[in-house]
Structures are given as structure tokens and as C-alpha cells.
Design a protein around this ligand. Structure first.
Ligand code: ADP
Ligand code: MG
Ligand code: ZN
Length: 603
């Protein structure tokens, strides 16, 4: 305990406000410290862990918001074995079987009595688990959400435990799944609200890495724990380096080269947007001599578990996956996370990047962005039959637009932009140039685009009867004479060619802005299984508009090829022939990449 206190008081990252409460002694403090060291083999607590544990052991409802890898599991696993001689059982709800299995294996290795029950087990093992559960033999029981809310046997057993005073608390892990505002809504989680109604005096602990205010409020009210003690900390992950790059036909090769040169022996994830993309990217990686596999929802459970296990053990280095991969997986040494396509929400993006660098060492998060991917995900959402109401669709579309804004923003600190979404006001000075925008030496210029916006609105107005796409409007404005435009006579419009000085990408941003302003809107139509989106006119612009433009420095490559090198790009290293070994040294031995180190590498 003395050692522990010393470590705690030496911790400077911990806000002062956390310390007094954390050091306060409780009747359980001795047992707690003893088990932290002797069962979990850990020496000290991380930020907020001790406070959250003390709160739940005091019988309070607790809500823990901690970034991925922050150490949420300990917040409920440790109190589950601090029983002061009682026969109590902690009930844990978790969304994924594989995730539960990992935790059970881990807990069993630590000699903690834990079992899981889900609809996927064999009848026999379920029966065994139920027996132990009923007899109060377990420290922890992991349940899938549908078990807890639907299985009568499960409900009865909980009631039994409750009546005998042995129901310690209920834990809802990955609690964002309860909210349809979250990026990973699970209908079964919605039913968990019954718990507090039935057992108002049993403490509940909800945990998540998602902290947008909206999701947070939603979780608290859905679960019926509005008065919970909330433990929240900064979501910034200083050891992750964020980059956004334009995507073109060379991007996959650029990525492969980069992996080969910078991460030859390291583990990573490549997030893709579809099953076919997962497979084709994995295939290309393999063809290029990299150790890769794919992982997506279309595979059988066994295949998925296999891939996950091989990746976790290091037999496979890279997994090309859809978002289904990685939730709750604890692999500390993930050095790179690529988004081969844009993610669907910034929360999802944050979580996925968050799977990198859990060991505290530098990890690189690179997102490839092209407008076409935005449009294709947008139409996927519009067609998605699982999104039953328009309201739900609109929420998803709004999230996707936030991603678009993030990607096309070349000015603001990436950390600031992501954390802003979690309502955290991050000071971009603290980024210390560890994102491409902060690192960039390029400048931006804010220009008045009111006249151009009016021109574009005019084009849309005058082409209404043709059902034209965004790209068609842009082509007209930039003066294209492709057959269709000429046939329709739209090369004769006075606005034709007036926007020839614009980059296509910038005009996409202008149109998006006009949609945000509700001057324009998109009409979608499904014909023969294909969804088409057309741009339509709603009303004129009634205020001046400005937009920030990116001014490349003289020596940066032309923007149509690739993003001017941010200093983290592979081309920088390729050109200057940086020693890969030195890069690896940094990856292996260092926690953060200082500005000086980066300069040295590029020298
Ligand atoms: P989360 O659920 O918040 O994403 P986990 O609970 O899976 O994170 O923990 C991530 C990693 O951090 C695990 O390897 C865990 O053992 C480690 N960890 C958690 N708490 C501590 C601690 N107090 N000291 C050292 N390591 C810890
Ligand atoms: Mg977790
Ligand atoms: Zn930054």
C-alpha cells in the first residue's frame, strides 16, 4: 500500500482534483490494494480508476467515460473480487461473444471465478454456468444483452441472487450500444433499461469510450441512472499521429509501400468499407509479400475467431476489416491504423484509431479520403433497410457529413476536430505538430465565395428538369464539354466555365456548404436497385459565404496528384532515404515522436 500511495502521488498526469478522493481510506481499501497487486499483478491505478471503483463500492451508480485502452475493465473486475467475505456476484453485460470470451479467459488465468452465458454456448456449458451462477459460486457472470433482458431463466436467477442479497452490481460495458445516437447501436441494449426499474437499489456501472454529450445523456436516461457519478477524462491520445490523405488510384500502393518501409515487422489494421474491399485489399497486401488477412461480417464465426486469434498472437500482422473488427480487443502493440475508406462517423473513427498504440508508444493513423467514397457511403445509408426511420437515417447522414468536414478541413488541428466532437475543448498547441494539419507548412486563405455560390445555384436552377448530379453541376461550372453537357445544351449557360479556376474538390465543398445552408438539397431515387442522387434547388442564398482554401507551398507537389507532403508521408521518407532502422527504433523505443526527432528523420 505504501508503494501504491507513492506512485499515486508522483503521478503528475492526474488532475489534482482526483487525488484527495482517491486517497481517502475506505473499509475496503486494504483488500482493494492487496488484490490489485496480488491478483491483477498491477502496481498502481490509472487516472479515474480508483475513484470510479470507490464510488461503485460505496453503492453509487457510476458512469465511466474512458478512451479505448484506458483501462475500463479493471473498474468493474477489481470491485467484483473485493467482497469482504460476502458471496456476491457481479453481473456484466457485454455486446460481443468474442469479447466476453477473451475476458473470461483472462480472468480464469487470474484465478477469478467468472463464466459467461449467451445463446451461443452448448446446452451443457450453459447449464453448468447457470448452476454456478445460482449457487453464488461466481465472482462475475458475463451475459449477452438478450440473455439478461429476454431469458426467463436468467431473470429468475438474478431475482434469486437479489433476494438472497448476493447481487453485487450490474455492469454495462460498451454502454454506447444502448444509444441510437452512438455509432454501434444494438437493439438488445435498449431493453437493459428494465434493470434499474426492477432493482433500483442495486448499483449500476456503465462504461464506454464514447463521450459525445448526446450519447452520454442518452445512455444515462436509457439505463435510468441520471444521477450516476460520472468519471470522465481527456480523450486525447497523444501518442497517436493523425493524418488525412487524398485517395486516388495509387493510394493502395502508397499504403503498401509505407507499410513495407516503415512497419515491416509491426502489427496494424486496415479499415475498409465493404466486404469485397476487405478481401481485395488483403489480397493486394498478400501479393506484395505482407502478412495479411481479411475480417468481415460475411464470414463464419469460426473463420473470424481464427483471424482474430492469429492476429492477436502475431501470426498475422495486418487485418483488413470492416468496423466489426477490434471492439474491445486488447492488442497493445498496434503501430498503424489505415482507413482505406472514410469512416461513417467521427466516433467510429476515434475508436478505430484508438486501437493503435495502446501500449503508449507512437502509432500512425492514416485516413484516405475521396469525395466518391462519401457519396457511396451516403447512398448505402439511404438504402439501408436496417435504418427503419427517416430520423435514424438523418442521424447517420449527419454523422457522415461531420466526417466529410473533418476530411476536407486542412486547417484545424485533427485532435481538436475529433475531440470537439466529444465536446472536449482541446488546445491545439498541445498537439505539438503530431497531426498533418498542425504539421503542415502550407497556408490557408479564407475567401468570399458568395458570387460563385450564386453561380452554382443558378446552374442547379437552370438544369432542374434534367435530374443532374453534383458532379455534373461542377463539370458545367468548370467548363467541361463532355458529350452529355453539350447534348443538353448546358455548355451554352452563361455560368459554363466561370468556375474553371476551381479545383473540383473545393467545389464539392462549396456545394456541401450550400446544402448545409439548405439552398440546395439532394433528391434520391432508386431505379432497378441503383440509387441515384440528384441535386435540386430550394432557395436563394441570403447571406455572404466564405470558405477556407488551401494554398500549397511552391515546392509541394500539385494537388491533383497527392496531398502536399505533410512530413509524415511516405514520399518524404522515400526521397530522403531515411534509415528505416532509425524509424523502427523510434517506433519500438519511444513514446512520442518529438518535433526534433521528426526533423532529424527527415534530414
Ligand atoms: P478499455 O476497456 O478501456 O479499452 P482495457 O480495460 O481493455 O481498456 O485495458 C487496456 C489495457 O490496459 C489492458 O492491457 C490492461 O491490462 C491495462 N491496464 C488497465 N489498468 C491498468 C493499470 N492500472 N496499470 C497497468 N495496466 C493497466
Ligand atoms: Mg473495454
Ligand atoms: Zn494537431
Amino acid at each position: 500500500a505504501a508503494v501504491l500511495k507513492q506512485i499515486n502521488s508522483r503521478s503528475t498526469s492526474e488532475p489534482a482534483a482526483n487525488r484527495p478522493a482517491g486517497n481517502k481510506r475506505h473499509p475496503w481499501s486494504d483488500e482493494l490494494e492487496n488484490k490489485l497487486q496480488n491478483v491483477f499483478n498491477l502496481t498502481s491505478f490509472r487516472e479515474n480508476q480508483l475513484n470510479a471503483i470507490n464510488a461503485v463500492l460505496s453503492g453509487k451508480d457510476v458512469f465511466v467515460l474512458m478512451p479505448t485502452g484506458g483501462g475500463k475493465s479493471l473498474c468493474y473486475q477489481l470491485p467484483a473480487i473485493v467482497k469482504r467475505g460476502k458471496m456476491e456476484t457481479t453481473v456484466v453485460v457485454s455486446p460481443l461473444i468474442s469479447l466476453m470470451q477473451d475476458q473470461i479467459d483472462h480472468l480464469k488465468r487470474l484465478n477469478i471465478n467468472a463464466e459467461m452465458i449467451s445463446s451461443k454456448e452448448s446446452a451443457q456449458s450453459r447449464k453448468d454456468a447457470f448452476r454456478k451462477f445460482r449457487n453464488g459460486e461466481l465472482d462475475m457472470i458475463y451475459l449477452s444483452p438478450e440473455m439478461l433482458s429476454k431469458s426467463q431463466q436468467c431473470k429468475n436467477t438474478i431475482k434469486l441472487l437479489y433476494d438472497s442479497g448476493n447481487l453485487a452490481r450490474i455492469v454495462i460495458d460498451e454502454a454506447h450500444c444502448v444509444s441510437s445516437w452512438g455509432h454501434d447501436f444494438r437493439p438488445d441494449y435498449k431493453l437493459l433499461g428494465f434493470f434499474k426499474k426492477e432493482y433500483p437499489d442495486i448499483p449500476m456501472m456503465a462504461l464506454t469510450a464514447t463521450a459525445s454529450v448526446r450519447v452520454k445523456q442518452d445512455i444515462l436516461s436509457q439505463l435510468g441512472i441520471e444521477h450516476a457519478h460520472v468519471f470522465q477524462q481527456t480523450f486525447n491520445r497523444p501518442n497517436l499521429i493523425y493524418m488525412v490523405r487524398p485517395k486516388n488510384k495509387n493510394s493502395t500502393f502508397e499504403m503498401i509501400n509505407e507499410i513495407k518501409m516503415r512497419f515491416p515487422r509491426f502489427t496494424g489494421i486496415v479499415y475498409c468499407n465493404s466486404k469485397t474491399q476487405c478481401e481485395s485489399v488483403a489480397n493486394m497486401l498478400q501479393t506484395n509479400g505482407l502478412s495479411a488477412a481479411f475480417y468481415h461480417a460475411g464470414m463464419g464465426n469460426e473463420d473470424r475467431t481464427n483471424v482474430q486469434n492469429m492476429w492477436q498472437s502475431g501470426d498475422i500482422k495486418i487485418v483488413c476489416a470492416t468496423v466489426a473488427f477490434g471492439m474491445g480487443i486488447d492488442k497493445p502493440d498496434v503501430r498503424f491504423v489505415y482507413h482505406h475508406s472514410i469512416p461513417r462517423s467521427l466516433e467510429g473513427y476515434y475508436q478505430e484509431c484508438g486501437r493503435g498504440g495502446r501500449d503508449g508508444k507512437t502509432a500512425f493513423c492514416t485516413l484516405y479520403y475521396q469525395f466518391a467514397d462519401f457519396k457511396s457511403i451516403e447512398s448505402q445509408i439511404k438504402r439501408d433497410k436496417d435504418l427503419k426511420s427517416q430520423v435514424l437515417k438523418d442521424r447517420h447522414l449527419e454523422k457522415l457529413r461531420n466526417v466529410l468536414n473533418y476530411c476536407s478541413n486542412r486547417i484545424d488541428c485533427r485532435r481538436k476536430l475529433v475531440l470537439q466532437y466529444f465536446n472536449e475543448n482541446f488546445n491545439s498547441k498541445q498537439c505539438r505538430k503530431t497531426c498533418d494539419n498542425c504539421k503542415s507548412t502550407n497556408t490557408v486563405e479564407v475567401r468570399d465565395i458568395t458570387e460563385s455560390a450564386k453561380d452554382i445555384i443558378n446552374i442547379v436552377k437552370k438544369t432542374q428538369t434534367w435530374d443532374v448530379t453534383i458532379n455534373y453541376v461542377i463539370d458545367v461550372y468548370r467548363g467541361s464539354r463532355v458529350q452529355k453537357i453539350v447534348q443538353n445544351g448546358h455548355d451554352m449557360l452563361p455560368e459554363h466555365g466561370k468556375g474553371s479556376h476551381y479545383h473540383k474538390e473545393d467545389l464539392q465543398r462549396v456545394i456541401q456548404l450550400l446544402m448545409d445552408e439548405k439552398c440546395l438539397f439532394e433528391k434520391t431515387e432508386t431505379k432497378a436497385q441503383f440509387t441515384h442522387s440528384y441535386v435540386k434547388y430550394r432557395h436563394d442564398l441570403n447571406k455572404p459565404l466564405t470558405l477556407a482554401f488551401f494554398i500549397p507551398t511552391v515546392d509541394s507537389p500539385s494537388r491533383s496528384n497527392s496531398r502536399p507532403n505533410s512530413g509524415y508521408g511516405v514520399s518524404g521518407y522515400a526521397r530522403t532515404g531515411t534509415s528505416i532502422n532509425r524509424m523502427n527504433d523510434i517506433l519500438e523505443n519511444n513514446t512520442t515522436l518529438s518535433k526534433e526527432k521528426l526533423k532529424e528523420l527527415q534530414a
